[in-house]
Design a protein around this ligand. Structure first.
Ligand code: FEO
Length: 397
């Protein structure tokens, strides 16, 4: 695949990683692959904004060479240190002898500690501007969206925002724009990306969007460094970010569980029956069959979450532990929660789950439901009631 013209003399020169299935080590499943987006702006001065993951350096350089001789590049902007965007910088800088490397002070320090290069670095901060000729690059620091060094680049003349990781999606496709792909798939991947990467920084997301609004920056196109470029309706993703960051979700319930011999599973199914009887959607997912990253995405959209586990060693089945740890780290706002599970001679699992809810700031709205050994008909009816009452709490919240 060659370069793609985003606007006259602004080119996508990134790479599509069709085969990657795990990101950030094994913390994030990328079922649909990803892209590393880099943008070449050709003007009196030429700038490359961001680069690609190191294995794709050659591919990006070939695309650049279709358009300009890399030695003509004057600026290489690094919006972010992380290797999926900076991995090719060393190779690029070998071909761009006159280029200045541009980024925040933290980016400079981070790149130095990653690549140990002796580069001509220009530190920029919010409000700084580099004139290219007909166009200019302005910079907006965005610390912790999602690393301390993160920065957005803005081209005022086109109202084009290059926000690096923000507004991205892990989605490999031969298409480059939002109006060319299935909107449902696009929003699903955007939501999963937000939930798994940006959720803990939600307060900063709201603050940054408000800052952009206060600065009066017009935005016609958002070109992130992963996935699709938002040119048809860029405000759709901005509004979705505000909704997710403020904890707005639907009155539906995510039920996640694992079971040893099926009793906790019977409980889970009856709880779902109770939720459904109130007209609410329930999503039932069992670990380890469901992917943790997908579960986190479902949690983003659901107001209620119920977690169940059989008890083993006075606690939960270990398959649930990484998810519970994620809850603590993500601290999802505006979630109501409850625990359940079957036990044999001690019911420690629900205690562990409730402790997690408390640490994660999730509001427990019903006492945990625990049953000994195999639930009988009456006990399953109690599970249905538990689901029904929980659904009422979700609607009231
Ligand atoms: Fe924070 Fe896409 O890297």
């Amino acid at each position: 695949m060659g370069s793609v013209e985003v606007l006259k003399n602004i080119f996508w020169v990134g790479a599509v990683d069709w085969n990657i299935r795990h990101f950030h080590g094994f913390t994030y499943s990328t079922h649909r692959g990803t892209t590393y987006n880099a943008y070449l702006i050709v003007d009196k001065k030429t700038a490359l904004v961001d680069s690609v993951y190191a294995p794709f350096a050659g591919e990006m350089i070939e695309k650049i060479m279709e358009i300009v001789d890399p030695s003509e590049i004057d600026y290489v902007v690094a919006n972010h240190v992380e290797t999926d965007h900076s991995g090719a910088i060393s190779e690029v800088l070998k071909l761009t002898p006159k280029a200045k490397l541009v980024g925040t002070a933290r980016c400079r320090d981070g790149l130095q500690k990653h690549y140990f290069g002796d580069w001509d670095f220009q530190v920029v901060k919010t409000g700084d501007r580099i004139d290219l000729g007909k166009r200019s690059l302005s910079f907006l620091e965005a610390p912790m969206l999602h690393w301390p060094d993160s920065m957005f680049t803005y081209i005022e003349e086109d109202a084009l925002l290059l926000p690096n990781d923000a507004f991205g999606q892990h989605l490999a496709t031969s298409k480059r724009f939002d109006d060319e792909v299935d909107e449902e798939v696009l929003m699903e991947e955007a939501a999963k990306y937000y939930a798994n990467i940006l959720w803990p920084f939600s307060k900063l997301v709201v603050k940054k969007i408000e800052e952009v609004q206060k600065l009066g920056l017009k935005i016609n196109i958002i070109a992130p460094s992963h996935g699709i470029i938002w040119r048809n309706n860029p405000m759709k993703i901005v509004e979705s970010y505000l909704k997710w960051a403020k904890g707005e979700s639907e009155a539906k319930v995510l039920v996640v569980y694992d079971t040893m011999w099926g009793s906790t599973e019977k409980m889970a199914r009856s709880i779902v029956e109770g939720i459904s009887s109130q007209g609410l959607e329930a999503i039932l997912l069992r670990l380890p069959f469901s992917d943790r990253g997908d579960i986190i995405k479902e949690l983003l959209g659901a107001r209620g979450v119920i977690v169940g586990s059989s008890t083993i060693n006075n606690s939960v089945i270990p398959t649930l532990s990484p998810l519970l740890e994620e809850f603590e780290g993500l601290k999802p706002v505006n979630k109501v929660a409850a625990a359940f599970g079957s036990y044999g001679w001690g019911g420690g699992a629900v205690k562990t789950i409730e402790e997690t809810f408390e640490k994660a700031g999730m509001k427990i709205v019903a006492p945990a439901l625990t049953l000994k050994w195999v639930p009988d008909r009456n006990e399953l009816q109690r599970c249905v009631e538990f689901g029904r009452e929980f659904a009422e709490k979700v609607v009231e919240t």
